[in-house]
Design a protein around this ligand. Structure first.
Ligand SMILES: Nc1nc2c(ncn2[C@@H]2O[C@H](COP(=O)(O)OP(=O)(O)OP(=O)(O)O)[C@@H](O)[C@H]2O)c(=O)[nH]1
Ligand SMILES: [Mg+2]
Length: 393
């Protein structure tokens, strides 16, 4: 399953975001380092269900009237402070967890109500822009440290005939999720000596930055827009990086409201309905939230997850079926499964994603929308419904 990690300063709202996204209960509090051990849970990205192109809805639990929710993993980790790569705060523990993530949501307190160390301060007194770059720097320095610690080994290897520096670095960095392609492309961006003995710290840091940018794309979550000075959010949006304004607390209030039957809302909706029987206090709070959502186009929690998966990671949602006419599985369930695959994936890749046996036995595939057979050169598109024909069933 694709995995997204929430990174950022203590107190930025990572655990609140995590709770809202997964509805799992975790510790949330207004002081630094509330979270110590990582939380791992299931959330969803939202997309348009292909059942909207049929005359009735599919009826899956994961489809609300054509809004389809596809599972992903979300990771909530300890807060990060400057110097974490050297072990400050809870330091390396967080950075090690990152290895498992495909992309990072960098949560910042856009209200400026949290200082550098994650302690609460008066709103508007800290500049949230300062909180963005250090997360990247800490990740880079941590990765550079790993390369550093292993460099002697690479130097030793370089004495044997047939030594290939790219291969050696790839071997070192695959644990971090880097492919041979990532390493080659990263090395192409830096001017480096073939002889590992001639490498300097600067070479290693440049390599780390390149690898990190390629393997851990980042979206900034400008959190706490419900209390943030508007000007802060605007300045964050003006940065030359992906930024999603969000109120994790607002999303959590809505999801809890839905559970209580007080609110009608699907995650990712731009607004919501209130039911009649709610208290004046709740009504006042939700009315305020509605204003915030009107201003920024929703709570941003679903938006940030969707952005990470569909834009940063370039995924498409594909629906394997057994019956290409009715878009059902063997039991007559319509569009029961949704798979996320990188753009450019083929029907054969889908077959392997369903099951390795189905992949091994792959014969051909049928695009159920057109009822035509599609070849190996076919690139799967968002919302494709595919029947796989395989010797395995
Ligand atoms: N106003 C407002 N407060 C929020 C929002 N999200 C989180 N908070 C508050 O910010 C404080 C910190 O939230 P947490 O979710 O514990 O933050 P964290 O990033 O997990 O903190 P650590 O675990 O210490 O790293 C809590 O008091 C939350 O209620 C939001 O969208 N708006
Ligand atoms: Mg936390």
């Amino acid at each position: 399953m694709l995995s997204l990690a929430l990174a950022g300063k203590p107190n930025a709202g990572k655990s609140t975001f995590y709770t809202a996204a997964t509805m799992a209960e975790v510790d949330v509090a207004n002081y630094p380092f509330t979270t110590i051990d990582a939380n791992r849970g299931v959330s969803h990205v939202r997309t348009r269900c292909p059942c909207l192109d049929r005359d009735h809805r599919c009826g899956n639990d994961t489809c609300h009237d054509g809004k389809r929710y596809v599972p992903i993993e979300v990771l909530d980790v300890a807060g990060l402070v400057p110097g974490a790569h050297e072990g400050r705060g809870l330091g390396n523990q967080f950075l090690d967890e990152l290895t498992n993530a495909d992309a990072i949501l960098n949560v910042v307190d856009a209200s400026g109500g949290t200082n550098e160390e994650g302690e609460p301060v008066e709103i508007g007194t800290h500049d949230p822009i300062e909180d963005i770059d250090f997360v990247e720097t800490e990740m880079d320095m941590w990765l550079a440290g790993i390369v550093d610690r292993n460099w002697e080994k690479i130097q030793r290897q370089s004495r044997s005939p047939g030594f290939d520096i790219e291969e050696a670095i790839t071997e070192l960095l695959t644990g971090f999720g880097a492919t041979e392609y990532d390493v080659t492309a990263s090395l192409r961006e830096i001017d480096y000596p073939q002889d590992p003995l001639k490498w300097t710290d600067d070479h290693r840091e440049q390599l780390a930055t390149q690898i990190r940018e390629r393997t851990k794309p980042i979206v900034v979550v400008a959190n706490k827009i419900d209390v943030a000075p508007e000007e802060n959010v605007e300045r964050l949006l003006d940065l030359d990086k992906p930024v999603v304004p969000a109120t994790a607390q607002g999303e959590l209030a809505l999801r809890r409201g839905v559970e209580q039957g007080a609110v009608s809302y699907d995650p990712g909706d731009e607004s919501f309905e209130m039911m009649d029987e709610i208290s004046d206090q709740q009504r006042a709070a939700l009315t305020k939230l509605r204003k915030t959502m009107d201003r920024w186009g929703g709570t941003g929690v679903q938006g940030a997850l969707d952005y990470a998966v569909y834009d940063l990671l370039d995924q498409v949602t594909v629906y394997p079926v057994q019956d290409a006419t009715h878009w059902t599985d063997g039991q007559g369930n319509m569009l029961p499964d949704a798979f996320l695959l990188p753009t450019g994936s083929s029907p054969r890749d889908l077959a392997f994603a369903v099951h390795s046996d189905i992949g091994e036995g792959y014969l051909h595939a049928v695009n159920a929308r057109t009822d035509r057979e599609v070849g190996d050169s076919y690139e799967l598109e968002e919302g494709d419904v595919i029947k796989i024909v395989s010797t395995a069933t």
